[in-house]
Design a protein around this ligand. Structure first.
Ligand code: NAP
Length: 331
């Protein structure tokens, strides 16, 4: 008998209230595909922007449209050409063409990597887009132990990963955030600085010398700030650069193996304790509209993730609700 689940769809460009659930049958994989029952999936601002129609000209949607870029789950079926991954394998993946906000997804075998057992479902489910973006941005700056790096929105879903990857590269990292995130940033080895009036002076004081690189996640006045700090343009990563990086990782070709290479590397770093992604809120799938609304508040500390509660996981709803948006609502 066909197994059934549900997936998120929307029928026109619009806000989060355009989202609704539709029934979903267990997909049939193509020869080179696996079908994954999703356990957890990340939420990203860019999914909001795409749904709202902000990128209609470069990324026109066909309706009904689905969404969701990052997932982790259990392989339920594999195509005839897939020999190196068993049914039942636990994987982390990226949703080629979208559709991770669902019970099931069919993706090319090349879009998933094994999930190390020590990497939790919620961390694995939210890893792809924020992780690949942070990885690519930090790699592009070729940081080393002589660098003093400023990261804006340093406690956010992408920023907290950029900070940790930069620390692994040996840089000193100064992160902007509100006072409620100072303890968290300190706990991961970042020098916290409150954004707002007087930011430049506070950065100069913390840097105790030249600022050599700058990652701006937030935009606003930060490009002018980087200029005033005399950061050379090739070592300034703007929020527009980041947007382009996210767009590239969202629209990757199904034959592109770079995302899986990055996912593998990040999963190993997490397994080895070299980086530690943080979950801001872990919501039941039924609460996805609320989860997007909370993400939109722009005060997440770490990633916002939904959990699909497959029967096999034995999950209880209290397991999810315990961590729900505590950070956003205390902002
Ligand atoms: N997705 C994209 O394509 C894209 C591209 C470029 C930039 N952005 C923007 O970059 C920001 C961070 O991205 P994300 O994915 O990491 O989002 P996120 O997880 O929602 O991060 C939000 C973070 O932004 C911080 N923040 C809020 N107001 C700020 C301000 N005025 N100055 C500096 N930081 C501030 C918050 O810190 P506190 O709670 O401590 O205030 C929070 O930690 C978001 O605002 C996002 O819209 C997104």
């Amino acid at each position: 008998m066909a197994r059934s689940g549900k997936m998120i769809q929307f029928d026109r460009y619009g806000d989060v209230d355009e989202l609704h659930f539709v029934a979903q049958e267990l997909p049939v994989p193509d020869d080179d595909e696996v079908v994954v029952e999703i356990v957890a999936a990340g939420l990203n601002h860019i999914e909001n922007y795409i749904r709202q129609g902000d990128f209609q000209s470069r990324l026109p949607l066909a309706f009904p449209a689905n969404q969701g870029s990052c997932f982790a789950g259990i392989v339920k079926k594999r195509g005839r050409a897939v020999r190196d991954l068993s049914v039942g394998a636990e994987v982390i993946g990226h949703a080629v063409g979208g559709g991770a906000h669902a019970t099931y997804i069919a993706v090319p075998r090349t879009a998933v990597v094994p999930k190390p057992q020590r990497v939790s479902w919620e961390i694995a489910g939210g890893l792809y887009l924020a992780g690949a973006t942070a990885y690519d941005v930090v790699r592009g700056l070729a940081l080393g132990s002589d660098d003093v790096l400023v990261v804006t929105a340093a406690a956010g879903g992408v920023g907290h990963l950029e900070c940790q990857l930069a620390l692994v590269a040996g840089a000193r990292v100064i992160g902007t955030c509100s006072p409620r995130n100072h303890d968290y940033l300190r706990s991961i080895g970042v020098i916290p600085i409150t954004y707002g009036d007087g930011l430049e002076e506070r950065i100069r004081e913390a840097a105790k010398g030249p600022v050599t690189a700058f990652i701006d996640n937030f935009g606003g006045d930060n490009p002018a700030l980087a200029k005033s700090l005399k950061v050379i343009p090739s070592r300034f990563s703007s929020s527009e650069d980041r947007l382009e990086t996210e767009m590239r990782f969202i629209t990757v070709d199904r034959d592109d193996t770079e995302p899986a290479m990055i996912l593998s590397e990040l999963a190993t770093m997490i397994e080895e304790g070299r980086i530690q992604p943080l979950i801001s809120g872990f919501y039941p799938f039924d609460y996805i509209v609320q989860a997007f609304a909370d993400l939109g508040e722009k005060h997440s500390r770490g990633k916002v993730v939904v959990g699909m509660q497959p029967v096999e996981s034995g999950a209880r709803s209290s397991w999810y609700l315990s961590g729900k948006a505590r950070d956003v609502h205390s902002a």
